[in-house]
Ligand binder design. Structure first.
Ligand SMILES: Cc1cc2nc3c(=O)[nH]c(=O)nc-3n(C[C@H](O)[C@H](O)[C@H](O)COP(=O)(O)OP(=O)(O)OC[C@H]3O[C@@H](n4cnc5c(N)ncnc54)[C@H](O)[C@@H]3O)c2cc1C
Ligand code: SF4
Ligand code: SF4
Ligand code: SF4
Length: 788
């Protein structure tokens, strides 16, 4: 049974790549942080490339210069701008600050351009994206490291930028100014600070004894230096594999140790080269375009031929126990201890951004939790619980209390009636509004719709692609018309004016909003948009109508499967559903908060469990209907007992009432967790983990033609696409391997396509014989510029 579940989970969710996202300091798209006046630029904003670093530095200064001229002149003993770090982004900012005439200083803890100066000798330079033209700041034409350093130095000097040698320990905001605390205890005051300290900070540690020995490196500059040496390389990413290949090809005797039993993240061609070299040490290999950040292992055939034959041995599933000056000790996959003679160790485990600087400065790190974070989450969750019970309708304690005391909004209809006589006539629009305005759910919908419209407009302005515009306008229209105006104003007004009193109108209304408790249940019209099992109440009722049963069946089991097959699950979740509408608008700037990785992917199965419970409830519900309709089958009435218990709770109150679909799914998962999580885990928590309709669509999506197609050669493995995916998809692992993205979680939000700096990704579908057919609606600004 458990292996069946594991296979099902693997087929649906856990089999997809599940790379995690590097921790970075929290800032908005302009690099602005929570401390007013402090901006982050360069590698720390997420894209580790020269051009982006230079551009972000120069752009930040232009924005600061614009703010300064608006504010007018101020005290001159305080710097207009202090720049921390004289790397690519910092010097680019300084050049722009000189041009803008700002009173500024730039501080460097090590060497000017230290990251680039430390590139290996003769390293080729790739200036992606090739079509990107830089406005101001540093410009790049060089194609090798030495020429790059020379041209950047020449530009710095030509601009008259002098760098002050100083390590800045932390920042502080005091008295409306910013204070820079230097390592030598001195202080500098400034109105604006640009932090450009790069990512070279802390290399990840192995945590084994002997790691601090001189023979342990975390960057390879020249593989030829290690010819004939016994080398241990530790790690399982592209940098570790490329290091092992480079060393092995240049004559070293390499053992590669990786804690997992197989490689999952590296590029397939790297894995292929590694295995080829392990099988035959003379196999010709090259690394022409090294990977992303640790691109320091360029190897050519000429280098390989110029050194004696080396060797490569793989120790997968192994663990390093200790390092001594002439040996290493490991535990192999079988648990046995191994001692290997050793001259040098490369720990290629990746590195963390220099986050301590930000922690010391009181700046938040994405994904890190403090007491304040927990407190604000709990307070907001408490507010959501209150809101749920306030808007929940009859039977909910808060609702009843507000009603009994005639508190807001139960006092609003009287106020409106006093304002105008027309409000007392339900046939007028004001009269209809007066009746609607007495229900808390009306205000909930007003606020919900307003948030979608306000943040939707912001999204359109911020993202600027035809795809985002069309998608957001559609989401706003669906929310405003069928999900707000129709149930709250149009249908009640039509009803009051006799539209549903006779003929077709009456038959239609009896099917879709029958009279319940003395009034037509217009709220049931939510079901025109929200399908079962997301909106369950048109099906889970004692008196089902044929209209809803037929429409519900066609929606859930005919229309939705067809659109998912053609356009993917996102056609519904990203273009129609109101929950998706709020997530894409209010949640637009919170998308990077979604947890990534294998553990989070396992939680994707929660929705399947809820789906199967909903299916079970449906079965019981049908038995209950049969029992009521066919007296001979009245014994099936037992199903009602279980159905009502599971749906509403086996007791009215107390712990037993908590274990019900209404309490756990409707209140906690949809009402509280889904909404309360917005500002802490992104707007798609409910959608990704729990929504039963999405769970059903995940199954449909496994048969869909929809894909996100990558242009592999343009992918620079920057991980931006993965980090902005609020469905937790590891988009980069598809893109850098050239595989079309087919994870069923995709909601077609287009964030990955829109934010990819090199325009790698495009929406489309598999045509006949698997030929990609790309969408015509443009979603990538880079591809638009390239005329694609
Ligand atoms: C080996 C390698 C190869 C690369 N190859 C390419 C390539 O071919 N093409 C490409 O486009 N990109 C490449 N990159 C990426 C490129 O180098 C970076 O995008 C760029 O250097 C980032 O610039 P930055 O200013 O953000 O950070 P950095 O260049 O890292 O500069 C940060 C500076 O801040 C200083 N600093 C740190 N902390 C403090 C402090 N507390 N106080 C004062 N100063 C501080 C550091 O000493 C450093 O000089 C490569 C990167 C590496 C590591
Ligand atoms: S996952 Fe569910 S709630 Fe979210 S957008 Fe899709 S159908 Fe709507
Ligand atoms: S596809 Fe992803 S990893 Fe590749 S360049 Fe684009 S954003 Fe970066
Ligand atoms: S479009 Fe991209 S970012 Fe959005 S859900 Fe799909 S894979 Fe994730």
């Amino acid at each position: 049974m458990s292996s069946l579940y594991a296979r099902y989970a693997q087929w649906l969710h856990t089999g997809w790549p599940a790379g995690t996202v590097e921790k970075l300091p929290d800032c908005d798209e302009h690099g602005r942080t929570a401390i007013p006046g402090v901006r982050i630029v360069g590698d720390l904003t997420g894209i580790p490339l020269l051009k982006f670093s230079s551009d972000s530095g120069a752009r930040a200064v232009r924005e600061i210069a614009a703010e300064k001229s608006e504010a007018g002149s101020r005290k001159s003993e305080v710097l207009d701008l202090a720049i921390v770090g004289a790397g690519v982004a910092g010097v680019s900012a300084a050049i722009e600050a000189r041009r803008a005439g700002l009173h500024f200083a730039i501080y460097e803890a090590g060497e000017v351009f230290s990251t680039v100066v430390n590139f290996p000798k003769g390293k080729p330079i790739y200036t992606y994206p090739t079509e990107m033209k830089l406005e101001g700041g540093l410009q790049f034409t060089a194609d090798v490291k030495e020429a790059l350093v020379a041209e950047m130095e020449a530009q710095r000097k030509a601009a008259g930028v002098e760098v002050t040698a100083a390590r800045i320990e932390r920042l502080e905001s005091a008295g409306g100014e910013l204070v820079l605390h230097h390592a030598d205890q001195t202080k500098t005051r400034a109105r604006h600070v640009i932090v450009a300290i790069g990512r070279s900070g802390n290399f990840r540690k192995l945590g084994a004894p002997g790691e601090d020995l001189d023979k342990v490196y975390n960057r390879l500059h020249d593989p030829k230096e290690f010819a004939g040496k016994k080398v241990l390389v530790v790690g399982g990413g592209d940098s570790a594999i490329e290091t092992a290949i480079a060393l092995g090809a240049c004559g070293a005797h390499v053992t590669l140790s990786y804690r997992k039993k197989e490689f999952t993240r590296p590029k397939p061609e790297n894995i292929e080269k590694l295995h080829a070299l392990a099988a035959n040490a003379d196999h010709p290999v090259e690394i022409v375009h090294p990977s992303s950040e640790r691109v320091n292992t360029v190897v050519t055939h000429a280098m390989q031929q110029a050194t004696p034959t080396g060797s490569v041995k793989l120790l997968l599933g192994s663990e390093i126990l200790g390092i001594t000056p002439d040996a290493v000790t490991l535990r192999d996959a079988a648990g046995a201890e191994l001692g290997l003679p050793n001259d040098v160790v490369f720990t290629m485990l990746g590195r963390e951004a220099p986050l301590d600087f930000f922690r010391r400065s009181g700046l938040a790190i994405r994904g890190e939790w403090t007491t304040k974070t927990w407190t604000s989450l709990l307070l907001f969750a408490a507010f959501c619980i209150f809101l749920y019970h306030w808007k929940g309708g009859g039977g909910h304690s808060v609702y009843e209390a507000f009603k009994a005391h005639h508190w807001f909004p139960f006092n609003v209809p009287d106020g409106l009636a006093a304002l105008s006589a027309a409000a007392s006539d339900p046939r007028t629009m004001l009269g209809t509004l007066k009746d609607a305005a007495g229900a808390p759910s009306f205000y909930f919908s007003v606020v919900y719709s307003a948030l979608i419209v306000i943040f939707g407009v912001k999204r359109i302005v911020r993202r600027k692609t035809p795809y985002i515009t069309a998608q957001t306008v559609t989401l706003m229209a669906v929310q405003l018309v069928p999900l707000f105006l129709l149930p709250y104003l149009l249908l009640p007004w039509m009803g009051a004016n006799g539209w549903f009193d006779a003929g077709f109108g009456r038959s239609f209304a009896d099917q879709f909003f029958p009279v319940e408790y003395g009034a037509r249940a217009y709220w049931r019209s939510f079901g025109f948009i929200l399908a079962w099992p997301l909106f369950i109440w048109n099906v889970f009722t004692d008196h089902p109508t044929t209209g809803w049963l037929v429409l519900g069946f066609v929606q859930t089991f005919v229309i939705i499967p067809l659109i998912v097959w053609r356009w993917g699950k996102g056609a519904y979740c990203g273009w129609i559903c109101s929950c998706g509408a709020l997530a894409e608008t209010l949640g637009d700037t919170h998308r990077h908060k979604m947890p990534h990785g294998p553990r989070a992917n396992r939680w994707n199965m929660t929705g399947q469990i809820i789906l199967w419970i909903a299916m079970g409830l449906l079965g019981l519900r049908i038995l209950g209907w049969i029992a009521a309709a066919v007296p001979a089958l009245g014994f099936l009435g037992f199903a009602n007992v279980i159905y009502y218990g599971l749906l509403g709770g086996f007791a009215q109150s107390g712990p037993l009432s908590w274990f019900s679909y209404r309490y756990l799914v409707d209140l906690w998962l949809a009402g509280v967790v889904g909404v309360a999580a917005y500002f802490w885990f992104s707007g798609r928590v409910w959608c990704r983990f729990a929504c039963p309709l999405a769970a059903l669509m995940h199954i449909y999506a496994r048969f869909s033609r929809f894909r996100i197609f990558p242009e592999k050669k343009k992918c620079i493995s920057c991980n931006v696409c993965t980090s902005v995916c609020h469905q937790g998809i590891d988009v980069m692992s598809f893109a850098n391997k050239g595989q079309p993205m087919e994870d069923p979680q995709c909601v077609r939000c287009s964030a990955c396509v829109q934010q990819c700096p090199t325009g790698v990704l495009a929406f489309g579908r598999l045509g006949e014989e698997g030929v990609p057919i790309l969408d015509r609606l443009a979603a990538s600004p880079v591809r638009m510029r390239e005329g694609k």
